[in-house]
Design a protein around this ligand. Structure first.
Ligand code: B12
Length: 347
């Protein structure tokens, strides 16, 4: 293995070494590696995008494939945060552009992707107020009134947070601050971002940097304050599902042993995991109803079935879970159609 001081570009050898360091929870090794890259004139942006971010995605795959435990993923992510901080501390940039408030949507705990974006923007000369994970809408708005930024950058990594993203975007518009949205929660190609009223969307941190430096505020925005009927998305089915979530899960758990005899012997941890899975079904279904997009629910079911498969959970378990939720929603045609469609993809 090459000593840290001789490392130059970010090739597969460096990526493998960094992955093994984060997988080992080796904070000192990982920060020494990024410091060595900086010493060798590798640009900070490349370290963030090609090393830290790419590795995080690999960490996600390893977790999803059940090769890494949740604890190992958490430890690796914590090391990733430190490596990013090590890059930030070594690269000071005087602000030469405007000011951006960057926040994760309420209930969105993926703070690291947003933090990476914060550093990329800072390196490009923006003053960035990084507000962190799960920022309640009202606090975000207070911050806007206190600081008057040129943009809000809003991160949403999981679609279940889209209703909250909508509330935040609407409030930012009302406060007169344009929003650039990002993160995989906004769907492929950011298709839900515009639907929820964001002025712009970017797929990656680098795309956001390019967009904000060339076209901000976006030329096509006419009236930021427009509260539009078009943006009213939640309907009765969505509201019912959100309100009845606890009861829905409790009833499904009660009925589970009759539908799936193996559940008679579930221990406390298995019951807890099942309740969590049922909660995810309810949350993804609610998000799909909110933006009227079947795809959100179908993608979730496909993703869940592969995660469960890699953990040796029989495919029938997911079918049963979906069925137990469906049986309680008979008067809700949009929800049952979504569940039927997703059940069809499982068959
Ligand atoms: C680490 C991690 C966590 C950590 C986050 C800790 C932290 N401090 O960030 C914790 C443990 C909290 C977590 C929790 C969960 N997670 Co998680 N997590 C991840 C993981 C492994 C890495 C995230 C990351 O850092 N990615 C790296 C960045 C760089 O990814 P990126 O998308 O390319 O980011 C770029 C763009 O998205 C964009 N971007 C991001 N934000 C913004 C904002 C703006 C304005 C712009 C313009 C651009 C932009 O710029 C970024 C930089 O280029 C991902 C896997 C993955 N592929 O990302 C899963 C992942 C996102 N998680 C997932 C899931 C399911 C969950 C949980 C539901 C798990 C559970 N059972 O509880 C919870 C949900 C928690 C919540 N409510 O938020 C799934 C989501 C799947 C889906 N259906 O959408 C993923 C994809 C894992 C997987 N392989 O399936 N997670």
């Amino acid at each position: 293995m090459a000593p840290a001081s001789t490392i130059t570009p970010i090739g597969p050898d460096v990526a493998d070494r960094y992955l093994s360091l984060v997988g080992d929870g080796d904070e000192q090794g990982a920060t020494a590696l990024v410091a060595a890259l900086l010493d060798n004139d590798v640009p900070a942006q490349r370290i963030i995008v090609d090393l830290i971010a790419l590795t995080q995605r690999r960490v996600g795959e390893l977790w999803a494939a059940n090769e890494w435990s949740v604890a190992r993923e958490h430890a690796a992510t914590a090391v990733g945060e430190r490596a990013l901080a090590a890059v930030a501390v070594r690269t000071t940039t005087a602000p030469s552009r405007g000011r951006i408030a960057l926040a994760c949507v309420d209930g969105e705990w993926h703070g690291l992707p947003a933090r990476m974006l914060a550093e990329l923007l800072r390196l490009d000369g923006w003053r960035v107020d990084y507000l962190g994970a799960s920022v309640p809408g009202r606090h975000l708005i207070t911050h806007l009134h206190q600081t008057g930024p040129d943009a809000v950058a809003l991160s949403c990594m999981i679609p279940t947070r889209l209703p909250r993203a909508h509330a935040a975007i609407t409030a930012c518009r009302a406060a007169g601050v344009p929003v650039i949205a990002g993160g995989r929660g906004f769907g492929p190609g950011g298709r839900y971002a515009e639907r929820l009223g964001a002025q712009a969307w970017a797929a990656t941190g680098e795309e956001a940097v390019a967009r904000l430096s060339t076209d901000w505020p976006p030329r096509h925005v006419i009236d930021l304050a427009m509260p539009d009927d078009e943006f009213f998305l939640g309907d009765e089915e969505y509201t019912h599902l959100v309100r009845s979530r606890p009861q829905l899960i409790a009833t499904a758990l009660e009925r589970l042993p009759a539908a799936y005899p193996g559940a008679h012997h579930y221990d406390e941890a298995q019951l807890e995991a099942t309740a969590e899975d049922l909660g995810h079904i309810a949350d993804f279904l609610a998000a799909a109803l909110y933006v009227h997009q079947q795809q959100i629910f179908t993608d979730f079911v496909g993703w869940t079935s592969s995660v469960l498969r890699s953990r040796g959970v029989p495919p029938i378990a997911l079918r049963i879970g979906l069925g137990l939720v469906r049986d309680q929603l008979i008067d809700f045609p949009a929800a049952t159609a979504m569940l039927d469609d997703a059940l069809g993809t499982l068959a």
